[in-house]
Design a protein around this ligand. Sequence first.
Ligand SMILES: Cc1cc2nc3c(=O)[nH]c(=O)nc-3n(C[C@H](O)[C@H](O)[C@H](O)COP(=O)(O)O)c2cc1C
Length: 350
Amino acid sequence: MKIGPFELPNGLFVAPMAGVTDRPFRQLCRQLGAGYAVSEMVTSRPDLWHTPKTARRANHDGEPGPIAVQIAGTEPAMMADAARYNIDRGAQIIDINMGCPAKKVCNKWAGSALMQDEPLALSIVAAVVAACAPHGVPVTLKMRTGWCQAHRNAVALALAAEQAGVQMVTVHGRTREQGYNGFAEYDTVAAVKAALRVPVVANGDINSPEKARAVLADTGADAVMIGRAAQGRPWIFREISHYLATGEHLAPPLVAEVRQLLLSHLQDHYQLYGEFLGVRTARKHIGWYVSALPGGEDFRQQMNLIEDCATQLKAVAGYFDRINQSMDRLPVAQPGDLARETPRYLETLA
Ligand SMILES: Cc1cc2nc3c(=O)[nH]c(=O)nc-3n(C[C@H](O)[C@H](O)[C@H](O)COP(=O)(O)O)c2cc1C
């Protein structure tokens, strides 16, 4: 699996999720078997580049390459500037967001809304490719199957984008109209794969090793991208990798290992966000880790009362020590455990 000049260790990608796939979480997923991670989207609006949120998203200190940054916006020239700005800050791959279901940028719809305006979508692609080419930086595109059920133009748009120089296309198997409702379909992903020469990545509702194998087989895609199912379960990548290689399931992780992973995830998280924001934004991650565990819901609620890092760390360690008294390993994950947070992320761009 290659993106331009970058050879990836495997075709298991962690999806960009604003408010979730920050640098600590991306690094954790990669440590646990993801071959590639795209950052949370960065706005193309220069007036927002200096906000703490955007500055944090553009900080890639210590992150293993290739560093892929996703940009979102509606104006070709601004998107080209955003690409250059991120390249200057270490981006080695630029991903264009045409997958986000509803976000206004500069009073216009960005993300998957661009699929409704193919000429504008392609001008953005052309401008970003032209900005990245002198730096040897590949451009990739993330899209949905189309605008609505009656207007599924992923194949036409992907083909035109490939001709304009895009080097990989990811397709989330839903239309924009669907938001996160219903189910992802993979026929359109398969049609995009059949039409393109560059690598195609299948995305949407992949939440188990079996599902990953089936989607790869059904679509012929070069890779799968996993979003919500990795929330609180970053080891899903090694589980899928093992299953694809052997046809056998890896045993669920030891409680002691998860305790250690979460504590070190939290330390990295606090380092990036600082104490005040760190403790608060860590709560959702902790809630996901414990959601399918005994007493997990009560514990999640207790977390909302804690306002400092040391107490949060101590509470998490104590919780896992308690459940370790009755189980060595996590229970086998059930697909129903994995209905994680769907986007309240729509306000997170700025
Ligand atoms: C909380 C959250 C934030 C997201 N943020 C982004 C984003 O910044 N850029 C993007 O292209 N897609 C974003 N998505 C969409 C995911 O990348 C992915 O396409 C979608 O969740 C479907 O994959 P899944 O079923 O594996 O979760 C987000 C999804 C969620 C749940």
